[in-house]
Design a binder for this molecule. Structure first.
Ligand SMILES: [Zn+2]
Ligand SMILES: [Zn+2]
Length: 293
């Protein structure tokens, strides 16, 4: 059985803090790429992004009648953030809209999420992508960052609001601590030795929680096609996806496209869905592994 990528549940529009694809372009470009099942998923990380959710929903409602027979849905991309940071932002309104506060919080803070059931209901959010984006108040050392990341992945896997766990083990190196000047991630916290750096017990625990709680794990196109990682990392990551598949995990496809032309986030490189299909087919993935709303 083959794998044909016809869905994409991770797309950012101009309503996102960092998106550049207008809704009218989105419903035109997707079918040109062979994508007929898809959803918009703008960022909703911090309280200051509530306006983005409101805008995204308004734009969606305005364009939906033009989408014809396309299977087009409204989602969001939530993020785990520091509990202290969330409470401080809610009480005092401090912090950057996208990145939050990022200083002064308690060591190794516990994860939280701005998204609530009330917001899901009020804005008719049909599915929730949620991902880890940063480590939470730990020193930039491999073990500390890996531990914080895993803790957040587990928080999302156990959160009843979450449908899909976005891009596991993607990492936002906002401090530029590990990234090369050109943005490449060649070393830490796990990009030089993904298979060796992260304890297998973490993958076991994550897979069990995902299956038990009926979560979907995203196959993010950036993780398997991105020019910022080494071939070794991408190969290790496919092995990790195969491990998750062996544990009966279901997957969604996400381009993480920030537009305007359906290129890889941060790069002027077209997302090659046919290449992604070849990589996934080579690892034994078929259409039966892929979730669709
Ligand atoms: Zn993300
Ligand atoms: Zn995203």
């Amino acid at each position: 059985m083959a794998i044909n990528i016809t869905s994409d549940w991770h797309i950012h529009s101009t309503s996102s803090c960092d998106g550049h694809m207008a809704f009218k372009d989105l419903i035109k470009i997707m079918p040109e790429k062979g994508i007929v099942n898809f959803g918009v998923s703008d960022h909703l990380s911090t309280p200051k992004m509530l306006i983005d959710l409101i805008n995204s929903r308004m734009e969606f409602d305005a364009i939906k009648p033009s989408a014809g027979s396309l299977n087009f849905h409204f989602g969001i991309e939530a993020s785990s953030i520091s509990k202290w940071e969330l409470e401080t932002m809610l009480q005092k309104g401090l912090g950057d809209r996208n990145l939050g506060i990022r200083q002064g919080g308690p060591y190794d803070d516990e994860p939280a999420m701005f998204l609530t059931k009330e917001l899901v209901d009020k804005y008719n959010i049909e599915y929730v992508l949620a991902g880890v984006h940063f480590a939470l108040y730990v020193p930039l050392e491999r073990e500390a960052v890996i531990s914080s990341y895993h803790r957040q992945n587990m928080f999302l896997a156990n959160n009843p609001l979450v449908t899909v766990i976005a891009h596991p083990w993607w990492f936002g190196d906002v401090n530029g601590y590990w990234a090369e000047p050109d943005g490449k991630m060649l070393t830490g916290p796990w990009f030089d030795d993904f298979a060796g750096a992260i304890p297998k017990s973490m993958h076991d625990e994550f897979a069990s929680a995902v299956v038990q709680n009926n979560k979907i794990v995203e196959i993010n196109m950036v993780m398997i096609l991105g020019p910022q990682w080494t071939e070794r990392f991408k190969s290790d990551y496919i092995d990790w996806l195969s491990f998750m598949k062996s544990r009966n995990v279901k997957f969604s496809i996400g381009s993480d496209c920030h537009g305007p032309d359906y290129s890889i986030d941060g790069y002027q490189i077209a997302i090659d869905l046919r290449k992604a299909e070849r990589i996934l087919a080579g690892a034994g993935f078929t259409n039966a592994d892929i979730w669709c709303l």
